[in-house]
Ligand binder design. Structure first.
Ligand code: GLC
Length: 816
């Protein structure tokens, strides 16, 4: 195999240490290393010696910088914070990083290099211009790092393929990879996350390439054990996260790029969608279909056909004569309405489409380099595109949602925002992708090329939408769903993975896809349950919805030409299975909502690979068909036809079968997995908080069950987090936090509930405590007093006790 050709050394000529930065001049170029925080370093290298000024739309937040100590030792600069050391070799100009206990990682094989690149050197496709724009857009910068042999490379956002991307070449460029659905070879899709997490047993670290230009990672693809980072734009700019656990890497990333938004509670319920429930009577019939069949539902999505000729912010008054009445009827049934909004504004000027005229008048739409309005083809035919890099445009766009909110719309679904543009009207044959020219200028000052900001188009549209909703309805937390996004979009939106297929392969692919998104700081994710393109079928749908009940965002959605995909569309047997799956979702809500709060605080993903919770266990790092849902649950989905049992790798610790309520044996196990019975396990030491089945979250929770699963040491902790589920008042103390722990007794274990903290008062409810024990006790003791009022559930091996939840301190213990 070819050896990599590495650049000549680039010795350091001089260096200065500023309070939290170290600047080095190299024989060629300048490097600046900033201690953004003790556990986050930013490294910038500019061949020209000039660093790009900060962009006002950057997804990176300003953090209070940390102190940096710099010393020269043995021909290297040691640049250290309390958590991280960077060693810069003065002769070669290469960097390496190390942990306080001396473990080296992320080592450069050579200093950064650069050269002029051509369009053909990239994987940019269907570009309307023959060349990259002149200037920095053509300067490609490269950096090679050594890959440790036992290191896996995770993250990289939304893609096809396996969880560990070693041996792959990955590009970062948002595209509508649609018809007829993305395949394994497609690599990058609608979102761009130039973020990797390297994990070896006991050490995780992260690298976020802070480039919104076209960029790529070669993860040991071309050269074994060499990670090549490449970007257009003439400057290398990346962050190193110290870890040392996967959870800390995600915490560091989301501290830097923003914590995930806290969704309203209803958004964690079940969503039903199709392209399209396209009339008032369709929408009402779907709602009734759920309510008559007692299948829980929290939201219905209205796809593009609610609009008048796909003009955004309008309604088709024939199909929806009184949209406010349609939505009021949904609300009366406890169902929320989500409407789609695309960025392309129909170029319908001088008529009665005020949005287009106002947009032109305000200067909100993008223009070609020659000053003409840029026009591209999308659903409404020739369309104009807002410049979301401009703060005034974002404000205007946000304001356009006010009438939708006035009608009662609860949330907005942003689509086609890669942006997706084609070369002719959609209804014509031979439609081809025809992206926006890279030379289009964005920003209030026209300061950036489309080549630089393309990857942020969806991200900034989601931001404009979220901010508009927040401004116009401040009493409710906005909920926005977006197709395109970048690192940081988690602050504004949930996302789905776009147009998948009703294929077993795409059910299977959803697992690494969503797990990778979580590692990139974007926890609120899902895929179209049942598949978007092609006709779904009973067994696939049943398997998909049982997994989908554990997706952080749970929605069934399908194409207009596909067979219906409501839970009852595949006959009574599948309907029952789908109902049970959705009911599980509702029972899990108190747990999932706590996980959403945890994600909001630290970025911790809800849906995550085993390596997240078991970073020391190298043998689990490659497993992508078992998923942890928070720290307490593990699911083992079935993604193939006819399979009714499967092998499950058992991570360290004690595990229980959730449905059977009993411990499972040591070592790997063969789990029964009948249709509707996907194996679900609970980690010993958990206190799983479950609700009762409700038809929607609009119904109050009147019973909270605490399922206690002691482990071998009989210890465990959990904090249940609750609030009103809707407003921002949790930020002002209207929150309820209940600490719970499991403590060892000489026989069995007791549950200790601390008094509830915070000002939020949940509605009156019963508490049901279920202690899962190997043998039935003689009785239960509540707060030191033996109680008569309990029973032993033999099949589930649990001692159950019920009492009113007064928010006070309580202890429940067995006696023998
Ligand atoms: C895009 C979306 C899909 C939607 C369709 C029509 O393909 O990804 O979810 O149904 O457009 O709006």
């Amino acid at each position: 195999m070819d050896e990599p050709v590495f650049a000549n050394p680039s010795p350091v000529l001089s260096w200065v240490n500023e309070a939290s930065a170290c600047v080095t001049r190299h024989e060629t170029g300048l490097m600046r290393l900033d201690a953004v925080a003790a556990d986050i370093l930013r490294i910038r290298f500019s061949p020209s010696g000039r660093l790009t000024p900060p962009r006002p739309w950057s997804p990176v937040l300003d953090l209070p910088p940390a102190g940096l100590a710099v010393s020269e030792l043995d021909g290297a600069l040691q640049i250290s914070t309390e958590r991280l050391t960077a060693s810069l070799d003065l002769d070669s100009g290469t960097l390496a990083f190390s942990t306080p206990d001396g473990r080296r990682f992320g080592e450069d094989l050579s200093p950064p290099t650069w050269r002029e690149v051509l369009l053909e050197d990239t994987r940019l496709e269907h570009m309307p211009e023959p060349e990259l724009p002149e200037g920095e857009a053509r300067i490609g910068v490269f950096l090679n790092k050594r890959m440790a042999p036992d290191e896996g490379y995770f993250g990289f956002g939304q893609r096809t393929g396996r969880l560990d991307r070693r041996h792959r070449r990955l590009t970062n460029w948002t595209v509508d990879r649609a018809s007829p659905g993305h395949g394994r070879g497609d690599d990058n899709l609608y979102q761009a996350h130039p973020m990797l997490m390297a994990v070896q047993p006991g050490l995780a670290w992260g690298l976020f390439l802070n480039s919104t230009w076209y960029s790529a990672f070669d993860v040991g693809g071309e050269y074994e054990d060499v990670l090549t980072v490449f970007t257009l734009g003439g400057e290398l700019d990346y962050f190193i996260f110290a870890g040392p656990t996967p959870a800390e890497v995600v915490e560091q990333l989301t501290r830097l790029t923003g914590r995930p938004m806290l969704p309203p509670l209803w958004a964690l319920g079940y969503h039903q969608s199709r392209w399209s429930y396209g009339s008032d009577s369709d929408v009402r019939a779907i709602a009734q279909g759920f309510r008559q069949r007692w299948i829980p539902l929290d939201a219905i999505h209205l796809d593009i056909d609610y609009m008048d000729g796909y003009r955004v912010f309008t309604w088709d008054r024939e199909r929806f004569p009184d949209p406010a009445a349609t939505i009021a009827a949904l609300h009366a049934d406890g169902i929320r309405a989500v409407t789609i909004v695309d960025p392309g504004v129909k170029q319908d000027l001088g008529g009665d489409y005020a949005v287009a005229d106002a947009g032109v008048e305000g200067g909100y739409f993008l223009r070609r380099p020659d000053g003409e309005l840029f026009t591209g083809w999308v659903w409404p035919d020739a369309s104009l595109f807002p410049d979301f890099c401009s703060a005034k445009t974002r404000h205007w766009w946000g304001d356009q949602h006010d009438p939708l909110l006035g009608i009662g719309v609860d949330a907005i679904w942003c689509d086609m925002n890669e942006p997706s543009i084609v070369d002719r009207p959609f209804r014509e044959r031979g439609v081809c992708e025809y992206p926006m020219p890279l030379s289009v200028r964005h920003g209030d000052e026209g300061e950036a090329l489309h080549a630089e900001t393309h990857n942020l188009y969806g991200h900034l549209m989601a931001r404009a939408t979220w901010e508009g909703l927040e401004r116009h309805r401040p009493e409710r937390r906005p909920w926005v769903l977006t197709r395109s996004g970048y690192v940081g979009t988690q602050r504004w939106a949930a996302s789905w993975m776009g147009d998948n297929n009703a294929w077993w392969e795409h059910l299977e692919m959803s697992l690494p896809q969503l797990a990778s998104m979580g590692l990139c700081g974007s926890p609120h994710v899902g895929v179209d349950i049942g598949g978007f393109y092609q006709h779904s079928f009973g067994e696939l749908y049943a398997r998909w919805i049982e997994v989908g009940a554990f997706y952080p965002f749970m929605r069934a959605h399908t194409h207009c030409d596909s067979r219906a995909q409501e839970p009852w569309s595949f006959g009574p047997e599948v309907e029952t299975l789908a109902r049970v799956a959705i009911e599980w979702r509702y029972r899990l809500l108190p747990y999932l909502y706590t996980l959403a709060h945890r994600a909001h605080r630290t970025g911790e993903p809800l849906f995550r690979p085993l390596l997240f919770d078991f970073p020391e266990a190298g043998h689990l790092h490659q497993i992508q068909d078992q998923i942890m849902i928070g720290p307490q649950l593990m699911i083992a989905p079935v993604c193939a036809p006819g399979v009714r049992r499967r092998l499950v790798e058992r991570p360290p610790g004690t595990w229980y079968d959730l449905r059977a309520g009993v411990r499972v044996g040591e070592g790997p196990l063969i789990a029964e997995a009948p249709l509707g019975g996907m194996p679900i396990f609970v980690r010993g030491g958990s206190i799983l908080t479950l609700g009762h089945v409700r038809q929607s979250t609009a119904e109050p929770l009147t019973e909270l069950t605490l399922e206690v699963y002691p482990d071998d040491e009989s210890v465990g902790h959990w904090t249940l987090i609750e609030d009103d589920g809707e407003s921002f008042e949790y930020q002002d103390g209207m929150i309820a936090e209940t600490d719970m722990s499991i403590a060892a007794l000489s026989q069995g274990a007791e549950l200790i509930l601390a008094a509830r903290r915070g000002e939020h008062r949940p509605p009156p409810r019963a508490l049901v405590v279920r202690l899962h024990l190997p043998d039935p006790p003689a009785g239960l003791i509540l707060d030191g007093v033996a109680t008569e009022d309990w029973h032993w559930d033999e099949p589930l091996k649990a001692a159950e006790l019920r009492f009113a939840d007064d928010g006070g301190e309580h202890r429940v213990a067995p006696w023998y």
